[in-house]
Design a protein around this ligand. Sequence first.
Ligand SMILES: [Zn+2]
Length: 118
Amino acid sequence: MRRNQFLVIVSMVALGLSSIGCGRTALPVAPPAAAKANSTVVDSEVVLVNLKAADQLDGKEDHVIGKCYVCALGMDGKAEHAAEFQGYTAHLCSEGCCKHFKDHPEQVIAETKVPEAK
Ligand SMILES: [Zn+2]
């Protein structure tokens, strides 16, 4: 499936380039946005690596993530706002964060840069 998406992007870029050649417009052409078109596709391997790193933030690998993922792991999570995902328990800081995490767990995890453990 990925290979097909890649081919579509390549052909879109190729079409864009050839139309520039024929058009001969003097205006600068914006870089093709096609390269980021599939950014909503989440790599599950990235998600797992990220989860593991977040788990180790508190110094122990217990499959419990104590920081609020929705707040970029900068807030302390609470056990009362917990969400299960891929065998991990994530503690979120509030009901709103908990709901957001449960609605889009993979996206939240993939988009969160795990800070360095202190
Ligand atoms: Zn939060």
